[in-house]
Design a protein. Structure first.
Length: 322
């Protein structure tokens, strides 16, 4: 099927959205039957027992696409598929039988190594290989940390994937559109009211997919543009990064679940819906800023990136201190 025309891209987008929604609906019934429920608690932001593991639907949809692409380019897409399978697989197991943070991290690092190896074979750029190896465990955990209120993780993945799709070309653009559609297919089950949570299978899967898209975006642009590409995930990186540094500075057990992220503090004041929408508006602005920066000369694009990062840091630190 010729995926270069817009009609085919829309068909792929709609198909991934509907299949993801169907998978989420099926996962909710499964979770209720198995009593896979997240209970309210002092380290959680919800007030009612809620099924988890709904992200298995979006993972299956994107995994099927990667396996189809692996028939044409087995090393690159096969490596991506195997990495996604490892991250989502350990998350799915953790949704059923909680595991230690260390055991999950080991698998995530292995997934990053497999994806980095596939990039090395097909590209050979050592900087890109290093970025692939680091980005996987980092973004998997960022998405896990930020999956604490209704709609946050899925809406951020949808918007970031769409923003990166605007900069990608070829098959990578199709994958970005599929990721956005799959995340969007899950969203109605989690926002504005959560009928099911992503679970570790979904948050980890989305984190891996976002790392993959960022690496492909870096591959298609010169190194001078690489910092610009991280703007669509700036909200997630800033909130999780600043919170992590503050907890480490205070000597807390930073790897344990908590409710000290900025988005969690704001949700207690203003509610889940307002906070998720506010973060979505920020990510839309970040995506537009990225588009502007990419259209400019390298020096000016760096200026846009630095200014945006400075504003982000200032806002997050100010709100965190309140």
């Amino acid at each position: 099927m010729p995926w270069s025309d817009s009609t085919s891209k829309w068909l792929l987008f709609i198909a991934c959205l509907l299949l993801s929604a169907l998978g989420t609906w099926t996962a909710r019934g499964y979770a209720l039957r198995r009593k896979m429920l997240d209970q309210p608690g002092e380290r959680r932001s919800h007030t009612q027992p809620t099924p988890r593991g709904g992200g298995i639907g979006l993972v299956v949809v994107t995994l099927m696409l990667l396996l189809m692409l692996a028939q044409q380019a087995p090393v690159l897409w096969g490596g991506a598929a195997l990495g996604l399978l490892l991250v989502a697989g350990i998350g799915w197991w953790d949704d059923h039988h909680p595991l230690s943070a260390l055991s999950r991290l080991i698998v995530q690092v292995c997934a990053g190594g497999i994806f980095a190896a596939s990039v090395a074979v097909t590209n050979g750029d050592l900087w890109l290989v290093g970025a692939a190896f680091i980005a996987v465990p980092v973004l998997v955990n960022v998405w896990n940390f930020m999956d604490g209120i209704n709609g946050m993780a899925a809406s951020q993945a949808t918007l970031a994937a769409l923003a990166l799709a605007c900069l990608l070309s070829g098959v990578a653009q199709l994958v970005a559109l599929a990721v956005a559609a799959a995340a969007l297919g899950f969203l109605p089950f989690n926002f504005p009211r959560a009928r099911i949570f992503l679970g570790d299978v979904g948050s980890g899967g989305l984190g891996f997919l976002m790392a993959m898209l960022l690496v492909f975006s870096m591959q298609q642009h010169t190194p001078s543009m690489w910092p610009v590409l991280f703007l669509p995930v700036s909200a997630m990186l800033a909130d999780s990064g600043i919170t992590l540094l503050w907890r480490m500075r205070r000597g807390e057990r930073w790897w344990e679940p908590h409710t000290q992220h900025l988005y969690q503090k704001l949700a207690r004041r203003y509610g889940h819906v307002r906070v998720s929408i506010s973060y979505a508006m920020w990510t839309i602005m970040a995506g537009l800023s990225m588009q502007l920066a990419v259209s400019m000369a390298a020096g000016w694009s760096w200026l846009v990136t630095i200014l945006f990062a400075a504003v982000t840091l200032k806002i997050w630190v100010k709100l965190h201190s309140q």
